[in-house]
Every structure is written in structure tokens, then in C-alpha cells.
Design a protein around this ligand. Structure first.
Ligand code: ADP
Length: 708
């Protein structure tokens, strides 16, 4: 194991194996078959990659999706491990070249799609080389009971059987029920495998369920708050994916989409834009995701409830693979149940037994969506994991993440209006009547007692209330093209009994703040990603950049101590990162003390700003001499932002400066108005509300002037 640990550090830059990784690797090194069951992001790849480096000969990795292979191989090559992939995306020449190189033992790890194992030519050439391990990724694909059954996975066993000296077989999956585990063992012919199940808990994921919300409104405000990070929004249907994509694009957000109805090339383009951080939001059906291992996804929103908890857990598992805080929001509406039942009935060609199984799984998903106890405990129990703690403090049932507002009175008004309009009209007209609009369409309803009964409400709010009532089953929609809204058997409970209805809103907070040095390092990572033609997260994970931006490594020894910086990556990019960090320290006058160059003890270092007073007064004096900000920036050799902060600090400390010099005529009222809307906690939201030509300096000056 010592060797394994050394390789982990040398290649991947990690100090320790994670839970489960050690056991699995030990087993493999003892030449035992293994089945590793770990949640997405748990670190399965390293379990077979480290033994692959230690064993003589080659490791074959069977992986279901082509795009995943490319990223995995890129990630290996970038740390200096010779690896390649063979799949249908290669040209004939490229295929030949790679096969030749394989014969010449140029690679330690070869990724292949399962279909390839049926090719005679491929089999023949595999027989000629020394294969020490066959690793099967996403091994649940071998089982009918799994959610991604793949026919060609069944053929893997035949492939294994062709070798006179049997390689070690290692199988990995994120989700496995008892049935799936049994199938994996039998169908792959594992020999008394060592089954290692690591905890399913993903502590860094916040689980959130929002019932009774207008989904669209929720999504728009959520992504507005999280514009600068990556996220996925899953929809149940292609139609819904398209609709949401159009809406968000129109609103100016950087969104891509992905579903099976798109051409392969546009899907690929979309995926690439997302991987390379060119587009920050991906709206997709569940067709998307298995083929990516982008590690810096900060949130996953389910616009609709998925079909079962396995699918749900796998999809949310795509968030936060780098271990950084991330959020998973399920927007639940009772319409989603109807849709999933429809899928089971109409779309599958399944037998009664399979259907029954699907209904049972759906019911567990529904139970989860309605539970009021700890979501983490609930979902982990489903996967057979007991949790002692009743509360996790990191889900919407354990924390006060959501706010509830009683909307029973509004509901009563709406329901009685629908009733009085004889249940024959759609949302728009009902809303107009409630609002008391004098549009022609309301002519025949002016005499109704409910006409104008909600005139104090905004039109959009009325529509949102209607959506909540639909989602909660107190109203239903009928008809496709011009849907009308009708009462349901539950409506009476609000009108006559004491049922209460609540609308939920989220207390918004950014998932992660990207400011200062982290943002600078992110830019550098993007630059390198373009140069190397690999996704940014392959260069360094968010976790690695976060660690750099809180520990300020400025020497080789220090940066090699950052988790995720291995030797090859240091050689390639280390100095560039160090340069940026040094520049940042200099530009911000930071003095980092207590740093011991070659140990971890500097984690507790203190950063202290030296000569802050002297520094801003120097800047202010210089400004009074030059009266030109650009000249001051140049003279002081500091970032414009720093100079601005100096000026403002000087003013606040009573230095004789006319603050109005920094507030061009006419801009003050705009800035004050924007501040009224979004507060002064952060500057960016204020800037976003203002015309381009209003500068940060002006915003800061207005805040200082009015002492806001
Ligand atoms: P999985 O295949 O299980 O979804 P990956 O193998 O892609 O997960 O690993 C997820 C992330 O965790 C990757 O960014 C990987 O580099 C990182 N990782 C894996 N093992 C370790 C470890 N021992 N220490 C720190 N990070 C690790």
C-alpha cells in the first residue's frame, strides 16, 4: 500500500485515500475480484487506476459512454499516465494507430465501449497483449433491474472468458440494490468478489425540496443568484426542456440544452460548451449527464420529480464531485406524479412484474418528496444505510432554508372565481377577471362577485397562486392547446373545510462566492484549458483552486502540498499559478506570515495587511496631485480596484477629498435606486442593474457619500 499511496501523491496530488478506496485497492493488489459501490463523486476511478499503474501489463476499462472516456483519458494524460480510448468516434487511421501503439505496450490504461468487445479483430489483438485487470465502470448497466440496462454489458463475460490467464475483474457502480448486486456478480462472473460499499452520504450536497412554488419563477431567481457558477436543470420531457431553454435564453442567461431529440452534433456542442465553462447552465432531460464527470457543478435543479430514488440520487450526484458545497433542488408538483405514471403505462413495453416494480419505486420517490423528516436520513435509509442522527442540518427539512407563506385566502378567491366562471376558461382569463381587468374578454364577467376580488395583487402573483393550486391538486388543467382550469375533488377542502395552502419561497443565497484570488485563478485555469483543449476542471478542480486561494502557495513545495497538485501538473502549470498568487499578494499588500515552506502547518497562517493606513493615504495624496485615477494606478502599480478602495477608505477616514468628483452628473439617483432594490452587501448585483457606463468607483462613492 505504501507504493499505492506514493503514486496517489505523485500523479494525482492527493495525500490520502478516501473511505473505501484503500480497501478496494488492497483487494485488487491481492489479486481478488472486487465490486466497489460508491456514490457518484466518491472516487471510483482511482480505485482501478492506481492498481493499473502498479500491475505489469494493461488495464482495460469498460465504460458506457464515449464522452466520459475522453475526459477520463484527458485527465490521465494530463497527469502523465499513458492512457487511450478505443470507440466509434475514431477515424480508421486513428483507430489503427492506437491499436498499433497498444500492441507496442504504449499504454497502461485503455478505455473501451462494451460494443467493441464483440469485434473479432479487437478480441484477437487483446489476446496478444498482457491484460492484468478488466475494470467495469457503471457496472449496474449489466442488470435489467438497474436503470440503465445496456445489452452489450451482458457480453462482457464472454470477453473475459477468452483469456487463458484470467485478469482480475473489478466492477464499479454508484447505485446497487440487492438485485443489481446479484446480477453484477452473476452476469460478470465475478469470483467470490470482495464487495465494498462506502457510505452513500454526500455531505457536501444540500438537499432541498420545494413544493408549492412557481417552478419558472423559482428557477429564474435561483439562477440569477448563481449566475457565475455551473448548474444542471433536469426536465422530465423534451418539450419542457425546449420551453425552459427558450425562456432562459430570452432572459439573457448563458444556457445550453441537451435531449435525445437533438442531432448528435448539436448535443455534442452543447455538452462541450458546458464542460468548458462557456455556458454555465445546462437544461436537459435525464439523457444528459452519465457521460460527463465535470467536477465543478454547483447545483442540480430537478424541474420535475424523477422516476425513482436511484435516478434522483445519481442525477443529484453530478453536483459537487470536487467535494465543494453544492445544492440539489427538487421542485415538486403533483402533476409530476401523473406524468411518471403515464411514462410507466404508455411508454414502456415492460411486463406486469416490471411495471409493478416501477410503480413501487415511484411511490418511494413520492414518499421522499412529501416527507417532513430529514431528507438525507430518508434517502440514505432507502439505500440501506442507517443514520444515527435525526437531523443533518443540511437539507430543507432540517434547516430554515425555505419560507412558507399562507395563501389560503387567495386560494379561496381563485377557486370560487373558477367555479363562478363555470370552469370553462384558462389561466389568462381567470386572472384578468380576478384582477378586475376591463379587457374585452372579461365583458361577460363584470357582474360576478369575484370580478376584481384580487385587484390588489400583481398579475404574475395571481398566476403563481394558480400554479401552486394546480401543483397541489386543488385545480387541474384540461386540454392541450388552450388548456382550461377546473376544480378537483380536493377543491372543496379549501372552500368548505379547513385545508390550508402554503406557498414556499427560498431564502436566497449564493451557493458559492467567487471573488478575489479564486476568480483570478479560475481565469488562468480557463486560459490553460483553451491552450490544452481540455475542460477547465481537468486542469484543476474548484476544490484545488479554493485551497490555493486560501493558502497562498508561492513556492514549489507549498504548491505541491495543495490537494490536487501532482508532479506533472506542477511542472506544466505550477509556476503560472504561483506567479498569479504572488501578484495578488503584492497588489493587495498582503503579508503572509507563519508560512513554513514545506509542511502543512501554514494552514493556520494569518494574513495581515501591512501599512494599510500609510498605503491608502499615499494613494489619496497622489490623487490630489495628479487628479487622474489611471495615472495613480500606474504610479502605484496596484490594481484599479485596490486604488478605488484606498480612495474610498481615505474619504471615510475624513481625508479631504470631494467624493462628488467620482459621481458623474445624473448617475447618483440611478445608483441609489439600484441599492434600494438589492442592498449594498455586494457590488455586482448593483452594477448589473445599472447602465454599462456607471463604474464600480461611482457605486462605491455613492455608498460612502450616503453612508449606506
Ligand atoms: P466517481 O467516478 O466515483 O464518480 P471520480 O473518480 O470521478 O468519482 O472522483 C471524483 C473526484 O474526487 C475527482 O475530482 C477525483 O480527482 C477526486 N478524488 C478521488 N480520490 C480522491 C482522494 N483520495 N483525495 C482527494 N480527491 C480525490
Amino acid at each position: 500500500m505504501e507504493v499505492a499511496r506514493k503514486l496517489l501523491k505523485q500523479y494525482f496530488g492527493y495525500d490520502e485515500f478516501r473511505k473505501g478506496q484503500k480497501d478496494i485497492i488492497e483487494s485488487i493488489l491481492n489479486k481478488k475480484d472486487v465490486m466497489g459501490i460508491m456514490p457518484t463523486g466518491g472516487g471510483k476511478s482511482i480505485c482501478f487506476q492506481i492498481p493499473a499503474l502498479i500491475f505489469e501489463g494493461v488495464t482495460i476499462v469498460i465504460s458506457p459512454l464515449i464522452s466520459l472516456m475522453k475526459d477520463q483519458v484527458d485527465s490521465l494524460n494530463i497527469v502523465g499516465i499513458p492512457a487511450t480510448f478505443i470507440n466509434s468516434s475514431l477515424s480508421t487511421t486513428e483507430y489503427r494507430n492506437r491499436m498499433m501503439a497498444i500492441q507496442n505496450n504504449k499504454y497502461k490504461i485503455i478505455y473501451v465501449a462494451p460494443e467493441r468487445l464483440e469485434s473479432e479483430a479487437f478480441i484477437a489483438s487483446m489476446k496478444r497483449i498482457n491484460i492484468s485487470q478488466i475494470a467495469i465502470d457503471e457496472a449496474h448497466c449489466v442488470s435489467h433491474w438497474g436503470h440503465d440496462f445496456r445489452k452489450s454489458y451482458i457480453k462482457i463475460k464472454d470477453f473475459i472468458d477468452i483469456f487463458s490467464i484470467r485478469p482480475i475483474i473489478t466492477a464499479f457502480t454508484a447505485t446497487a440494490t440487492e438485485e443489481v448486486k446479484k446480477d453484477i456478480t452473476v452476469q460478470l462472473g465475478l469470483k467470490s468478489p470482495n464487495i465494498t460499499i462506502t457510505g452513500f452520504d454526500r455531505e457536501n450536497l444540500k438537499l432541498i425540496i420545494v413544493r408549492n412554488a412557481s417552478k419558472q419563477k423559482f428557477i429564474v431567481s435561483y439562477i440569477e443568484e448563481n449566475k457565475h457558477v455551473s448548474g444542471i436543470i433536469y426536465c422530465a420531457t423534451r418539450k419542457e426542456t425546449d420551453k425552459l431553454h427558450t425562456l432562459l435564453s430570452k432572459l439573457g442567461y448563458s444556457v445550453g440544452k441537451y435531449h435525445a431529440g437533438m442531432s448528435e452534433s448539436s448535443r455534442e456542442k452543447s455538452q462541450e460548451d458546458f464542460l468548458y465553462d462557456n455556458k454555465s447552465i445546462m437544461i436537459a432531460t435525464n439523457a444528459f449527464g452519465m457521460g460527463i464527470d465535470k467536477s465543478n457543478i454547483r447545483y442540480v435543479i430537478h424541474n420535475n420529480m424523477p422516476k425513482n430514488l436511484e435516478a434522483y440520487y445519481q442525477e443529484i450526484g453530478r453536483a459537487g464531485r470536487d467535494g465543494e458545497k453544492s445544492e440539489c433542488v427538487l421542485l415538486f408538483g403533483s402533476q409530476d406524479i401523473i406524468l411518471q405514471k403515464y411514462f410507466i403505462e404508455e411508454l414502456g413495453d415492460s411486463s406486469e412484474a416490471v411495471k409493478q416494480n416501477k410503480y413501487e419505486q415511484l411511490q418511494r420517490m413520492i414518499d421522499y418528496s412529501y416527507t417532513t423528516s430529514c431528507l438525507r436520513k430518508h434517502v440514505l435509509n432507502y439505500f440501506g444505510e442507517e443514520r444515527a442522527d435525526e437531523k443533518c442540518d443540511n437539507c430543507s427539512n432540517c434547516s430554515d432554508y425555505l419560507e412558507k407563506k399562507d395563501m389560503t385566502i387567495e386560494a379561496q378567491k381563485i377557486l370560487s372565481c373558477v367555479y363562478r366562471m363555470n370552469q370553462r376558461f384558462g389561466t389568462n382569463i381567470v386572472t384578468k377577471v380576478l384582477k378586475g381587468s376591463h379587457a374585452q374578454q372579461t365583458d361577460s364577467f363584470r357582474e360576478l362577485s369575484t370580478f376584481g376580488i384580487m385587484k390588489e395583487c400583481a398579475v404574475n402573483d395571481i398566476k403563481e397562486y394558480i400554479n401552486v393550486l394546480i401543483a397541489d391538486g386543488y385545480l387541474k388543467m384540461e386540454g392541450d392547446k388552450y388548456p382550461i382550469i377546473k376544480l378537483t375533488e380536493n377543491s372543496a377542502k379549501i372552500l368548505k373545510e379547513n385545508d390550508k395552502v402554503y406557498i414556499q419561497t427560498i431564502k436566497h443565497k449564493e451557493v458559492s462566492e467567487n471573488e478575489g484570488l479564486f476568480e483570478i485563478l479560475r481565469q488562468l485555469r480557463k486560459e490553460i484549458s483553451v491552450e490544452e483543449n481540455v475542460p477547465p476542471f481537468v486542469v484543476f478542480s474548484d476544490a484545488t483552486l479554493k485551497e490555493m486561494s486560501s493558502r497562498y502557495p508561492i513556492s514549489k513545495a507549498q504548491i505541491l502540498n495543495i490537494s490536487g497538485v501532482g508532479e506533472v501538473k506542477y511542472e506544466k502549470y505550477g509556476e503560472r499559478f504561483i506567479d498569479e498568487i504572488k501578484a495578488y499578494i503584492h497588489n493587495n499588500n498582503l503579508d503572509i506570515d507563519n508560512m513554513k515552506s514545506d509542511t502543512k502547518t501554514y494552514t493556520s497562517h494569518k494574513i495581515k495587511e501591512t501599512n494599510k493606513e500609510a498605503s491608502y493615504i499615499t494613494t489619496a495624496n497622489l490623487y490630489l496631485n495628479l487628479r487622474d485615477m489611471d495615472a495613480v494606478v500606474k504610479e502605484r502599480n496596484l490594481k484599479p480596484m485596490t486604488i478605488q478602495d484606498h480612495i474610498i477608505s481615505a474619504y471615510m477616514e475624513g481625508f479631504q477629498l470631494d467624493i462628488n468628483e467620482f459621481i458623474p452628473k445624473g448617475q447618483e439617483s440611478f445608483v441609489l435606486e439600484a441599492i434600494k432594490k438589492v442592498g449594498t452587501e455586494k457590488l455586482r448585483p448593483i452594477k448589473d442593474l445599472l447602465p454599462e457606463d456607471v463604474s464600480y468607483l461611482t457605486i462605491k462613492a455613492v455608498i460612502a457619500k450616503h453612508k449606506l
